[in-house]
Design a protein around this ligand. Structure first.
Ligand code: THU
Length: 137
């Protein structure tokens, strides 16, 4: 597991928890918050934004990543996902693919819930075979 400075981790969990409060999820009722630390040192938060068409829904992780990329930050240094569930939930397949575009396998991922439970993983553990050149060792 790659290391994440405890202060930065706390800042990222705060950012994801705060973003989660803005979740627009009238259809599923499931609020998700995410944050990414980019290599420019900035933390970007995002929440899931649902749509009446359902298909227009965007996950919290991708909102956070697109905020970062649209401001010129392209390398993810850490990712946090916050849900209000007994067990923290990991990102969906689509988000894992998007994370893989901007993160090296060693990048730490913290899955957290609102009760303070945390599961530490890496991008490589979550996304072993994303779409792209196959690099089996
Ligand atoms: N959702 C996320 O925000 N992140 C994920 O990785 C998977 C699911 C959102 C989408 C939808 O608004 C709600 O959770 C239920 O699927």
């Amino acid at each position: 597991m790659a290391n994440l400075d405890p202060k930065i981790k706390a800042q990222m969990i705060n950012s994801a928890t705060e973003a989660r409060r803005h979740s627009h999820s009238p259809y599923s009722g499931f609020k998700v918050g995410a944050s990414v630390l980019m290599d420019n040192g900035k933390v970007y938060g995002g929440c899931n934004v649902e749509n009446a068409s359902y298909g227009g829904t965007v996950c919290a992780e991708r909102v956070a990543i697109w905020k970062a990329v649209s401001e010129g930050a392209k390398k993810i240094a850490a990712l946090v996902v916050v849900t209000d569930s007994d067990q923290p939930w990991p990102p969906c397949g689509m988000c894992r693919q998007v994370v893989s575009e901007f993160a090296e396998p060693a990048v730490p991922v913290i899955l957290a819930n609102l009760k303070g439970k945390e599961i530490a993983q890496t991008v490589g553990e979550l996304c072993p075979h994303f779409f792209g050149p196959l690099n089996l060792k």
